[in-house]
Design a binder for this molecule. Structure first.
Ligand SMILES: Nc1ncnc2c1ncn2[C@@H]1O[C@H](COP(=O)(O)OP(=O)(O)OP(=O)(O)O)[C@@H](O)[C@H]1O
Length: 231
């Protein structure tokens, strides 16, 4: 599913945080969004998801203007969002967290099986409460829950933030595989520049709410990104 921001400005109250951003992630493509804390990355993602309404500009999914659609209507069209902070229901087990999303879907049980293939680490944790999982395990569960909705566009906000270094690699590999799938469009906000560039085919650097640098992903881009972020 193609995601497009056209001249999007968005903020909170009277403050505009993101200014006139235009950016397209083509169907099946994978883009990363990098920038310092407070640059406006999460704010832009919230406009894509429908949690914030832009003060000007438009958001399009597969060329449909969804700027005024609620998040649930965008989810029905194939948008999946994994917010910051490994969000799950802590009192519920891993299985219950997955079932909550799967129940009511014709392919529910099959989908749960599929995501457990993607995240084998969760298989042994099905009866454990999500609140007792490690940060890395909870992040895998958060991504798995979103995948159960069969998104065609996956938006991930700093999935490796606050995760122990030894588990970061595991999460990175899963995201790289998802970005590689071809039938899933990925927009990734990530602080680990090396990983973001390996996992995605284009990058955008955002500073003070404006895109200051864009280019093709891949390891060769690391110096350009670091230079853009050092400004
Ligand atoms: N709910 C809010 N109300 C008011 N201002 C906010 C709100 N959320 C974020 N901001 C402000 O908007 C600006 C951009 O924040 P945003 O969270 O989009 O940045 P970010 O690039 O995602 O940074 P981080 O890496 O810290 O998540 C910051 O100045 C922040 O203080």
């Amino acid at each position: 599913m193609k995601l497009e921001f056209r001249d999007v400005s968005v903020g909170y109250g009277r403050t505009t945080v993101v200014h006139d951003i235009s950016l397209t992630v083509p169907s099946g493509g994978a883009a990363s969004l990098m920038g310092h804390n407070g640059a406006g990355k999460t704010t832009l993602l919230r406009a894509a998801v429908g949690l914030l309404v832009p003060r000007s500009g438009r958001v399009l999914l597969d060329d449909e203007d969804v700027t005024r659609l609620r998040p649930s209507q965008r989810v029905k069209r194939g948008l999946g969002y994994v917010p910051q902070g490994q969000q799950c229901f802590p009192q519920m087990t891993t299985r219950e967290n997955l079932r909550l999303v799967a129940d009511g879907r014709a392919r529910g049980p099959e989908l749960v099986k599929e995501v457990l293939d993607t995240f084998p680490a969760l298989t042994g944790l099905l009866d454990r409460r999500a609140g007792l999982l490690s940060g890395g395990q909870r992040q895998q569960l958060a991504i798995a829950r979103t995948l159960v909705t069969e998104p065609r566009l996956l938006i991930l906000d700093e999935p490796t933030e606050g995760i122990q270094p030894n588990v970061v690699n595991e999460i990175e590999q899963v995201i790289a595989r998802l970005a590689d799938r071809g039938d899933l469009t990925v927009l990734l906000v990530e602080q680990h520049v090396g990983f973001a560039l390996r996992a995605t085919d284009t990058y955008h650097v955002i500073e003070s709410g404006r895109i200051t640098s864009s280019g093709d992903g891949g390891a060769h881009a690391i110096d350009s990104v670091r230079a853009a972020m050092a400004v």
